[in-house]
Design a protein around this ligand. Structure first.
Ligand SMILES: Cc1ncc(COP(=O)(O)O)c(C=O)c1O
Length: 400
């Protein structure tokens, strides 16, 4: 078995329990089936596995380190905190892991353009990077609100040569960017590939993106055992669509001693309408070609959601997360914008590591939980990305 072989989920039709599937018109279903077939073909080829492994090592800089945050652990006065440093990857986040896979697949399938949405700009930068490397034109759709907030990533996408399409409809954030990218994709789905930026959308994307991201947990599990001789008591990651979380969780799902916690954005509070806590307060529904938990209004329309972290404000969530919640294997918790900002500043000033606002949600949950545990216990946090893109925003928000 190679390190790119994974758990036998979803089933052949793309279902994780009752979640997932291909809730799309038949013409599009045929194209998704072709993508699935090509993916299943390519991922078993030793040449593809070798190419991806070499890119992970020599281009991304994998394995990303596992770091024992001793000063933060001492400050919190409880569990030992370990950080999986996806922030140190080339392009600054975990998104490059699946973008390289998707770009190589696009090349293999002879696609002429790769399209995607982006929220925080991390998926956009990572995809523009992978497309530059592979030599395929790339088009990124991004909400106008996020364009203004995530300026450094916008500049990078332009420099990397992708076409950036500003989206002004709706709340001009992540969901609207997905809708807009989808409209462009439907103009020529035979020749274009919609490289979805998380473990969402119709089958095979939740499976494929998970598979490419699973390297995070495979490395972290080995690294943790090598450092401590045991497994962590808790592992945690932020959940937007859920790709960095499922990337960490997959290798630990069978380890019953490991408690797994996904952290959603509670925004300005769960008792307001300014949050994006889909698994916590949503219900099973449909969005973007899949069945999953959805934050929807009474008519079933996805709600306008909010998070201080542009990469987390999505009213749906990956179908596998929806299933893991129902199974009770993963516990989904929340952190507010305020807790996120405190975690952002604390990790920066206590460890010299500036995390992305998205990742800061997981740090916030760990900061709340560690003091209740003993120093013999441990929490492994996935630092999904670095906070360079967020510094100007945080400075103005905190009036520093
Ligand atoms: C650094 C970082 N972490 C997390 C996320 C959320 O995505 P996901 O839940 O798919 O990991 C994003 C999205 O842009 C991100 O940029």
């Amino acid at each position: 078995m190679s390190k790119f072989d994974f758990a036998p989920m979803p089933d052949a039709k793309g279902y994780f329990g009752e979640f997932g599937g291909q809730l799309i018109p038949p013409e599009l279903k045929a194209i998704m089936d072709e993508i699935d077939l090509a993916y299943e073909e390519i991922r078993q080829q030793p040449a593809f596995q070798q190419e991806l492994a070499t890119l992970f090592n020599d281009y991304v800089g994998r394995p990303s380190p596992l770091y024992h945050a001793k000063r933060l652990s001492a400050k919190l006065g409880g569990a030992q905190i370990y950080l999986k440093r996806e922030d140190l990857n080339h392009t600054g986040a975990h998104k490059i892991n699946h973008c390289l896979g998707e770009a190589l697949l696009a090349k293999y399938m002879g696609k002429t353009k790769v399209i995607a949405e982006t929220g925080a700009g991390q998926h956009g930068v990572a995809l523009a990077t992978a497309c530059a490397l592979v030599g395929i034109p790339c088009e990124i759709h991004m909400g106008q609100v996020d364009i203004e907030k995530e300026h450094p990533n916008v500049s990078k996408m332009k420099i990397l040569g992708c076409k950036l399409v500003p989206v002004t409809q709706g709340t001009a954030t992540l969901k609207d960017a997905v809708d807009s990218a989808f409209v462009e994709y439907l103009k020529d789905p035979v020749n274009y590939l919609y490289a979805i930026g998380s473990v969402v959308g119709p089958h095979p994307f939740p499976k494929m993106v998970r598979d490419f991201q699973s390297i995070i947990g495979q490395e972290a599990r080995e690294q943790f055992q090598a450092k401590t001789g045991k497994l962590p008591d808790y592992i945690t990651a932020c959940v937007g669509g859920g790709s960095n979380a499922i990337g960490l969780f997959t290798a630990f799902l069978a380890d019953q001693s490991v408690k797994i916690v996904g952290v959603e954005p509670a925004g300005m509070g769960l008792d307001t309408d300014k949050h994006s806590a889909t698994l916590t307060l949503g219900k099973p529904g449909e969005i973007h070609g899949m069945k999953c938990y959805v934050l929807a209004d009474d008519t079933g329309q996805p709600m306008a959601v909010h998070s201080i972290a542009s990469g987390l404000d999505y009213p749906g969530v990956g179908p596998q997360h929806s299933y893991l919640k129902e199974l009770g294997r993963v516990q989904y918790e929340t952190a507010t914008d305020e807790e996120c900002l405190t975690a952002f500043m604390t990790l920066s000033q206590v460890e010299g590591i500036i995390p992305a606002l998205e990742s800061s949600h997981a740090v916030a949950w760990a900061m709340r939980t560690a003091p209740q545990l003993s120093p013999e216990q441990s929490i492994l946090i996935n630092v999904s990305g670095r906070g360079d893109k967020d510094t100007d925003y945080v400075i103005s928000k905190l009036g520093l």
